[in-house]
Structures are given as C-alpha cells and as structure tokens.
Design a protein around this ligand. Structure first.
Ligand code: NAD
Ligand code: AKB
Length: 327
C-alpha cells in the first residue's frame, strides 16, 4: 500500500472519474481524495468522501480547491469528448484547454503533480493507423483531438519551463460499467453490453467493420497510478504515453457477446459525424515505449472484458446475480 496522499480529482462524475475516485480512496483513505465536477456526483461517490462543485473554467475556483485541500496530486479528468466536441467546439476548447491551463497554474502554485489523460484522438488521417507510433504524424482534425494534442504540448511546456511534474496516457476507447460514457466516438463499445443484457439487441452508429482500439477501465486506472508512481527520470515521453489492450470492430464485439447471449441482435444506423471521427483514428496504438519505460502491461483482453462486462451489468439488473457478485 502506498503512503496516503492528498488527491484532487476533476471531472469525477464521468466515466473514468466515477471509478478512479473509489480506486484512489481505497488506497489513500476516503478523506484524502476530493471528488470535484461541474455536474452533480453520483450519490455513492458524494456519500463516501469529500466533494465539491468546481468548474475548471474558473481559475479562482480551481486554485482555491487545490490549495484548500492541500492536494499533492491532481487527476484532471474534466473534459468534453469527441462527439460532444463537434456539437460545441468552442466549449470543448474552453474546457479542454483553458481548464487545463488553470489546473496546471494551480498545481504549479501549490507544488502538486498532475495526471492528464490524453486520447487516441491526437492522431489524424495522415497518421499511420496500425499501429500508430508514439511519435510521428500528429495532425488531428477534430476539435477534441486538437485540444488533446495541444494539451499534451502544454503539459510538456509546464514541465520543462516551470518544473511541474505532469504526466499523461493516451487512452484508446475505455470500456467500463459504472457510469455511461460522455458522448464520445467509442461509446458503442460500452452501450452494446447494456443493449445485450437489457434488450437483447443494439443499434450501432458505426459501420460493422470499423476497427477501433480499446482498454478496460481496470487497466486504465492501474496504468494511470503506475505512471504517477514511476521514476520521473526514466520517462522519455511524459505527455503522453500510448497505451492499449485489444482491438475490435462492432461486428467482432457482437460475435464475442453472442458466445454468452446467443439471441443477441445488432443492426446499424450510421451516424456520419462519429463515423468520420472513427475513420481518422488509428486502429491500434503502439504501446512499446510505455512497456519499456515504466512496465505497462494490460491484464484484460476482448474475451475477459466481455465476460466481466456482462457479469457486472447483469448483476446490476438481476437480483439473483447481484447476490452472487457480492459474495
Ligand atoms: P466524461 O465525459 O465521462 O466525464 C467528463 C466529466 O467532466 C463529466 O463528469 C463532466 O461533468 C465534467 N466536466 C465537463 N465540463 C466541466 C467543467 N467545465 N468543469 C468541471 N468538470 C467538467 O469523460 P471520461 O470518459 O470520464 O474522460 C475522462 C478523461 O479521460 C478525459 O480527459 C478524456 O479526454 C480522457 N479519455 C477518455 C476516454 C474514454 O474512452 N472514456 C478515452 C481517451 C481519453
Ligand atoms: C471518445 O470517443 O471521444 C473518447 C476517446 C477515445 O477519447 N472515448
């Protein structure tokens, strides 16, 4: 168990934050992990430890939250994801970039370190797609990708210029079961499990053969914490390391689910905006540097994720399985 640390999480109500906060509270004590978000937190999260409303676009509020709680580490998750960013590009710019600068300034003032997740969306149509290397052609065409790539550069700048210990991972699509995703391009890989369990069917907004890159939430959380614990001198790429676990198309996901839910049906109604985003992203990230520099090793693959997602979602909707799950 690591020594307890005062930690502040922004965007704690989201898909990643709602699982990162309990994960950190388990390790550092509930009283040491402050959950913040613009929107209300899930009740369980709010009940279990300190929390407050913080809009990351408000520099005074961010600085006050970091200072008042004497945060030593900030996990800055607040963001507008890819599909939502195409609906409101200006807002994506403000939250993803202005908000990031305010968090970096507050961390600099307080001497705190920072984790900032980046995304596979930093790559663009001119990038190699399979695999996309750690370094190379990074010319994203979505507002989300542009803010994420600019964010990586800002983080490196704050490290080089001001000595802020800021680190990040380029996540592919994250699959999880506690909080539904926040209007990204990879949401189908979560929604499809709810469709299978709750309705036996799902309508997918991407073409059946669109290959995308994925990571299970447990690997994402372990990766973030491992990167923050790594010796900073050994990090060649602070912001941000490619990480990945497995690749799948909607049709392959559906087939893997059908091994457990034989009657499961999927049809397709393509959303041109999300299809266009998916078509500019790599099919797979090269995670070699993360493996070499700080020992990145994901534990989950397609089959184990399918099993776990179905079990977790069934346990929430089926009281018989809930009892089994809790034992
Ligand atoms: P999400 O959309 O589920 O959650 C983001 C949270 O930010 C929400 O709870 C929202 O209320 C909050 N937020 C929005 N505007 C805010 C503001 N102005 N001030 C404070 N909070 C605000 O996103 P997520 O999936 O949890 O993503 C977390 C981080 O991980 C983001 O930086 C995202 O870019 C990155 N990421 C996620 C994925 C994924 O598949 N989930 C993949 C790659 C990178
Ligand atoms: C999205 O689809 O926007 C996110 C991401 C991969 O960054 N899930």
């Amino acid at each position: 168990m690591p020594p307890a640390e005062r930690i502040l999480v922004t965007g704690a109500a989201g898909q990643v934050g709602s699982e990162l906060v309990p994960y950190l509270r388990e390790r550092h004590g509930p009283e040491n992990v402050v959950a913040t978000d613009l929107n209300p937190l899930p009740e369980a999260l709010a009940r279990a430890g300190p929390h407050l409303r913080v809009d990351c676009r408000d520099p005074a509020a961010v600085e006050d939250a970091v200072r008042r709680h004497d945060a030593r580490v900030v996990y800055h998750l607040a963001a507008i994801l890819s599909a939502a960013g195409e609906e409101a590009p200006r807002r994506a710019f403000q939250v993803n970039l202005e908000g990031l600068v305010y968090v970096l300034d507050a961390a600099r003032g307080a001497g705190a370190s920072v984790f900032v997740p980046s995304s596979i969306a930093v790559f663009g149509p001119s990038s190699p797609r399979d695999p996309a290397p750690q370094e190379g052609a990074l010319r994203p065409t979505s507002m989300y990708g542009i803010t994420k790539l600019s964010g990586e550069l800002l983080c490196d700048y704050y490290h080089l210029r001001f000595g802020v210990d800021v680190r990040g991972l380029r996540f592919p699509g994250i699959i999880s079961h506690v909080t539904r995703p926040g209007r990204g391009t990879t949401d189908f890989a979560v929604e499809i499990f709810y469709g299978a369990v709750e309705e036996g069917r799902y309508t997918c907004y991407l073409e059946p053969d669109t290959r995308m890159d994925f990571l299970y939430i447990s690997d994402a959380l372990e990766g973030a914490v491992a990167l923050m614990a790594a010796d900073g001198d050994g990090l060649r790429y602070r912001n941000a390391y490619n990480v990945t676990s497995f690749q799948a198309t909607p049709e392959e996901l559906a087939r893997a689910i059908r091994a457990h839910v034989p009657e499961f049906e999927v049809d397709y109604e393509v959303d041109p905006v999300r299809q266009a985003l998916a078509d500019t992203w790599p099919r797979r990230l090269d995670d070699g540097p993360a493996r070499a520099d700080w020992g990145w090793r994901p534990r989950y693959d397609l089959e184990s994720v399918v099993e776990e997602m179905l079990q977790r979602i069934r346990a929430r909707t089926n009281p018989e399985e809930r009892r089994v799950d809790a034992s």
